[in-house]
Design a protein around this ligand. Structure first.
Ligand code: MG
Length: 203
């Protein structure tokens, strides 16, 4: 399976990262399956970075094979969602950007794609999903999917032009504002509406 991630998909996050122009197309990047961390297992801060940041995102799960999917048919291609953390080695990412190099080692390293428990998307209006993240009981990120620059259907349509989507593939749909650093012993909890779907510690 593969993990497709979207960058720059919420205007207020783009602003906090000093990026003001509205992107014309989604920015996509990938993580390998070795990036997955799930079942509430702890995230260990890797020794190659001094600044690991959380990005809280709605993650959707693809449920069938698809290529060149039209936007209006995109809802048929996923059946579950959760809250995930797109961990980013921000210091490494900055260095790579300055050198004009690909992002992978700063974005796709082991355990950088944390997954909560999946819940069904049947009969759910995916443009109105309220999600949030608390760190150490303090609200850090909160948003609604209607704030996305590119909707979930648009992302599926666009990604499937380039990559055949397969059952079990995951899409991280981008972070809203409020990204920040994690440190040892931080406790992260992710919610869809009031349902806690994600709960783990940083070690
Ligand atoms: Mg992200």
């Amino acid at each position: 399976m593969k993990i497709i991630c979207v960058g720059w998909n919420y205007p207020d996050h783009n602003k906090e990262m000093s990026r003001t122009e509205l992107p014309a197309e989604p920015t996509l990047f990938m993580k390998p399956d070795s990036a997955i961390l799930k079942d509430g297992k702890p995230f260990f801060i890797p020794d190659f970075s001094d600044r690991i940041e959380y990005e809280t995102e709605i993650v959707i799960r693809i449920n069938r094979l698809g290529k060149n999917i039209a936007e209006k048919f995109a809802p048929r291609y996923y059946d579950a969602m959760t809250v995930g953390i797109d961990f980013t080695a921000r210091d490494l990412q900055q260095t790579l950007r300055e050198k004009g190099q690909p992002w992978e080692i700063s974005k796709a390293f082991d355990n950088s794609a944390v997954l909560g428990e999946f819940i069904s998307t049947e009969d759910v209006d995916m443009t109105k999903i309220q999600f949030s993240m608390k760190m150490n009981d303090e609200l850090r990120q909160s948003a609604c999917t209607e704030e996305m620059i590119f909707s979930i259907n648009k992302i599926i349509s666009y990604a499937s032009k380039y990559f055949t989507l397969k059952k079990g593939d995951l899409i991280f749909t981008g972070t809203p504002s409020g990204v920040g650093r994690v440190d040892i012993n931080d406790h992260i909890e992710g919610y869809i509406e009031n349902n806690k779907v994600l709960d783990f510690f940083v070690k």
